[in-house]
Design a protein around this ligand. Structure first.
Ligand SMILES: Cc1cc2nc3c(=O)[nH]c(=O)nc-3n(C[C@H](O)[C@H](O)[C@H](O)COP(=O)(O)OP(=O)(O)OC[C@H]3O[C@@H](n4cnc5c(N)ncnc54)[C@H](O)[C@@H]3O)c2cc1C
Length: 426
C-alpha cells in the first residue's frame, strides 16, 4: 500500500472493527492488490467483451476468494459460520469494490438465499444452505425483486406492495407462482451455473404478492430453486457496466410450484433487503471512490505543470483534500449505521422505517460522492482519465447501478425523510 493513510488500519476505526476483523480486511486488501488489479479489465472480457474471458476470470477470482474463506464469513455462528458483524461485512465490500465493484457484488450473492431461512426460523433449510456455503465449493444465488413495469414502486414502502404483479396463489400446502421478473442476477437455466469452478446456483429469493389489495400483508418472499419447472429466461441483458459480473436477465414464472416451507417471510424480509442492500451499495461506493482517489494521487505525482507535479500545485492539492474528506465522511457514515444495525434493541429492527432511513441516507451521500469524485479524477487526468487503460471509465460505468439499484437516489431521499414524518403519494 503506497499511502499510509490508505492502509486498512488507518481507514477503519477500532470502535467498529476489532483486531481480528482487521486481519480479515488486510487479507482481502492484499488479495485486491495481487489478484484483482491485474485482472479487472478481464472481468468484462477486455475491450472486445470476450464472454469466455470474462466468465473464466470471474470464476477464478471468486474461487480464490472462497479458498480464503469469503463464502463462510456471513454464515451465522449458530450454523457453524463466523457470524461477522455488519461493519466488517461492509468494510470487506468496500475493499473488494476498490478492486472491482462488480466482483464485490458477485461475492455477496451466494448469501441471498440463506438470510431469509435464518430470519424465519426454518432451521432445516437454513442448515442445508449454510452447509453449502461452508463447504469449499463455490456457489451463486440471486435476488428477484424488480419487475418490468417499475421496480422503484415495488421498493417504495408507501406503496405497500400494491404494484407487485408476480402472484403467489396458495393451493393446499404449496404456492403456485406466476409472473415476470427482470434484472435480478445472475439468472438463467440452472445448468449454466455448473462449471469447472462454480458448483451451482442456490436459487432465487423472490418477492411476490399473495394479494395486491392486502397492503403489506400481501407481500411474500419465496425461495425459488434454480431448476424449478416453469422458469424460463431471456438472454443476458447488455448493460453499461457490470457487464458480466451481474448477468441480468428477464425471468418468467409459469405455474411454478413452491412448497410452503419455501415461503421465507414477507414484508419484513423485503424491507430488510432495502436496508442492507443500500448500505452495501454505500460501502462499495466508498471503495470505488478510494480507488479513483489513489489513481489520481499516482497520476498527479508524475504529471507536471510547469516543472512541478500537478498534485503539488495548490489548486489541485486542495481539491484532492476535499475528495479525501468526503471519502472519510462517507466511510464513517456507513460504519456507524452498520453498528446501529447490529443493535436492533436500541435502534430498531433492520426493516424499521428508522433503519431504512439511515441506510438510505448513507447510500444517498456515498452515491453522490463517488460520482463527483470520479468526475473530478477524470478532469485531473485529462484524456488519460477518459481512456480504457487507466480504468477510471470502468469504475464510472460500474458504479452507476450501485447508486440506482434498490430504489435509486430519489427513493433514498424520500425514505430518509419518511422516518421524520409520514409521506404517502395518495
Ligand atoms: C446491473 C443491474 C443489476 C441489478 N440487480 C438487481 C437484482 O439483483 N435484483 C433485482 O430485483 N433488481 C436488480 N436490478 C434492478 C434495479 O434494482 C432497478 O433497475 C432499480 O431499482 C430501478 O428500477 P427501474 O429500473 O424499474 O426504474 P423505475 O422504477 O421506473 O424508476 C426510474 C426512476 O423513476 C423514479 N421513481 C419511480 N418510482 C418512484 C418512487 N415510487 N419513488 C421515488 N422515485 C421513483 C426514480 O427517480 C427512479 O430512479 C438491477 C439493475 C441493473 C441494471
Amino acid at each position: 500500500m503506497k499511502y499510509n493513510m490508505c492502509r486498512p488500519v488507518n481507514k477503519y476505526l477500532d470502535t467498529f472493527i476489532s483486531d481480528e476483523d482487521m486481519a480479515m480486511i488486510e487479507t482481502i486488501a492484499k488479495f485486491v492488490e495481487k489478484e484483482v488489479f491485474p485482472k479487472r479489465l478481464d472481468l468484462e472480457g477486455g475491450w472486445h467483451r470476450d464472454e469466455k474471458l470474462a466468465e473464466g476470470t470471474l470464476d477464478d477470482l471468486y474461487a480464490k476468494l472462497v479458498a480464503l474463506g469469503y463464502q463462510k464469513l456471513g454464515v451465522p455462528k449458530d450454523y457453524g459460520g463466523m457470524g461477522i458483524s455488519t461493519a466488517l461485512r461492509l468494510a470487506l465490500n468496500e475493499e473488494l469494490a476498490r478492486g472491482d465493484s462488480g466482483l464485490s457484488v458477485h461475492a455477496g450473492k451466494a448469501h441471498a438465499v440463506l438470510g431469509p431461512f435464518v430470519a424465519t426460523g426454518n432451521v432445516k433449510k437454513a442448515r442445508e444452505y449454510a452447509d453449502k456455503l461452508l463447504s469449499n465449493d463455490c456457489y451463486t444465488a440471486a435476488l428477484m425483486i424488480s419487475e418490468p413495469q417499475g421496480s422503484v414502486n415495488i421498493e417504495d414502502p408507501a406503496q405497500k406492495g400494491r404494484t407487485i404483479r408476480t402472484k403467489a396463489e396458495r393451493r393446499g400446502n404449496e404456492y403456485v407462482l406466476n409472473g415476470h421478473k427482470i434484472w435480478g442476477g445472475p439468472a438463467g437455466p440452472a445448468e449454466i451455473f455448473q462449471r469447472e469452478k462454480l458448483k451451482g446456483h442456490l436459487g432465487y429469493s423472490l418477492v411476490a404478492t399473495t394479494d395486491p389489495s392486502a397492503g403489506d400483508e400481501g407481500i411474500a418472499v419465496f425461495h425459488v430453486p434454480a431448476d424449478s419447472p416453469g422458469l424460463s429466461f431471456s438472454n443476458y441483458i447488455k448493460t453499461m457496466g457490470m457487464c458480466f459480473t451481474d448477468r441480468n436477465c428477464e425471468m418468467w414464472l409459469e405455474n411454478v410450484r413452491i412448497p410452503e416451507e419455501l415461503r421465507t417471510g414477507g414484508v419484513e424480509i423485503m424491507r430488510s433487503r432495502m436496508t442492507t442492500g443500500r448500505l452495501g451499495c454505500a460501502a462499495r461506493c466508498v471503495g470505488v471512490a478510494q480507488a479513483g482517489f489513489e489513481i489520481a494521487l499516482d497520476f498527479m505525482k508524475d504529471r507536471e505543470i510547469d516543472g512541478k507535479p500537478v498534485r503539488e500545485r495548490s489548486l489541485f492539492a486542495a481539491q484532492l483534500g476535499e475528495i479525501a474528506s468526503e471519502i472519510e465522511a462517507c466511510r464513517a457514515h456507513y460504519l456507524y449505521v452498520a453498528s446501529m444495525l447490529d443493535n436492533p434493541k436500541k435502534y430498531g429492527p433492520r426493516w424499521s422505517e428508522a433503519m431504512i432511513a439511515r441506510a438510505s441516507a448513507a447510500r444517498l451521500m456515498a452515491g453522490r460522492m463517488v460520482l463527483s469524485t470520479l468526475k473530478k479524477v477524470m478532469e485531473f487526468m485529462g484524456a488519460y482519465g477518459y481512456s480504457f487503460e487507466y480504468q477510471i471509465e470502468k469504475y464510472y460505468r460500474d458504479i452507476i447501478i450501485l447508486q440506482q439499484g434498490f430504489g435509486g437516489p430519489q427513493r433514498d431521499a424520500l425514505d430518509a425523510i419518511r422516518s421524520y414524518y409520514t409521506f404517502d403519494w395518495r
